[in-house]
Design a protein around this ligand. Sequence first.
Ligand code: NAP
Ligand code: G3H
Length: 502
Amino acid sequence: MSEIEDFQILKDGLDYKFFFNGKWKNSESGKIIPIRNPYNNELVGNIQACTKEEADRIIECARSNIECWNETPIRDRAEILREAAKLMLKWSKPLGSLLMKEIGKPIKSAISEITRTADIFNATADSASQISGETMMGDVFKGFTRETISMTYRVPLGVVLCIGPFNYPFNLTGSKIAPALLAGNSVVMKPPTQGALTPLHFGIILEKVGVPPGVFNIITGRGSEIGDYLTAHPKIDMISFTGSSETGKSLAKMAGMKPLLLELGGKDAAIVLNDANLDLVVKSIISGAFSFSGQRCTAVKRVLPMPNIADKLVENVTESTLKLTVGDPAENNTIGPLISSKQCDYVQGLIDDALEKGATLKCGNKREGNIMWPTILDHVTIDMRVAWEEPFGPVLPFIRVYSAEEAIQISNQSEYGLQGMIFTENIDLAFNIAQELDVGSVQINGKSSRGPDHFPFLGTKSSGLGTQGIKYSIEAMSRPKVVVMNLTEKGKLVRECKFEGN
Ligand code: NAP
Ligand code: G3H
């Protein structure tokens, strides 16, 4: 089958289907949801608005396939992931191009989202040999003997529901699917509506490389319509979710006692001390704040500079910001459209509020369609919304501080706790500040970011629950199973133990 024919399986014209029990189907709802290019509003495709009854059938089917999949040797499951990675690499350009159209991500970043996902699949496969258990002897504990022995190994949780966000729709569903399948679970994936088309191709990829029908399934539809139903569904055994803190918190309420892995919003602050390497800071801040127009959970969302470096830093960051290219993602401009006009209105509201309250506009504050020019705000104070709210857009506030203690206090006052950054040549001080920051990870002399993908990635407070990262995700998607041997006297070797002295 040719590459193009492979891609035609999942749609009729622009109408994409959903994937259930190894087959592509139209929803019985008869309803479709249009996905438009956020840059030029062109229709990229339509997805099926699945019904709750279809959700029941998909979940039931996934459940009925767990045992066979778990009995497939893990080396075979790992090999399937490796083969899937090959197809992702082979198709990275057409998939990247589709991704670019549906979410407005610059074409180079869109293609690397696909190749990064292939890397995650390969690295997950490599982890197969690390999924191991342990044996313990009872005589460590008072009242027990060596005749009580526990054997612990890991088993899958069952049906894992994988829900991803619009900003990494392929990668942040893929980074859930790979560990879930390796650990022996079956999967129901619900992609974000805006960004659903590219992850739908996981259906083709995984079917082609030998994932049996029903082990991997995709349901499409708006989270506001089917999300709660899926989340609360009694036959879903675990939920791995990436998205906003608001949705994550509501999902946690609906989920009852299901194990959850939640990667949510952030307000990562860069603390810049007086002795920081200015060029390094500027480069890190520009790429950290403005890649994909600031639509990253780990974007640099606040800068807290100390007095001796603040003026020069604001000046240099502004100068570099003015050089960023703005426009069509197909031409690989750094700044492209935000995901929706609603999101642009929200970001504009943050800028307007800051300017009304006395912030200094250094550049930006301009909008055309869904494109917002990168905006630098200086002299931001803590009574302004932009000091605390996550813009998910290209706006960067500078909150000037007078001591490391003040920087720590403002960093920690946030409802979020994803990552923190410290820029300084004084590594001892950096380490001490890092210890004080209430976040999942601290970057010293680097921008906040999730990768490399085998590192633990987590957030405190409203930024998440549980830990992502290849080994950590596999652990979160499996559980220990303990078998205890209680040996009896029968068969015990009778011998007299006697210590021999010299
Ligand atoms: P979102 O609006 O919360 O949506 C995320 C996913 O949840 C989508 O698939 C959405 O489906 C689904 N959803 C919506 N309502 C639901 C419900 N009631 N039950 C279950 N699922 C539901 O987030 P987003 O706008 O796509 O992504 C941006 C946010 O994600 C930002 O806050 C960002 O910081 C965060 N994020 C965090 C990380 C991280 O690793 N910490 C990574 C990326 C993004 P629909 O699309 O159909 O509504
Ligand atoms: O948007 C949230 C992602 O987890 C960020 O990943 O730091 O590699 O861009 P990234």
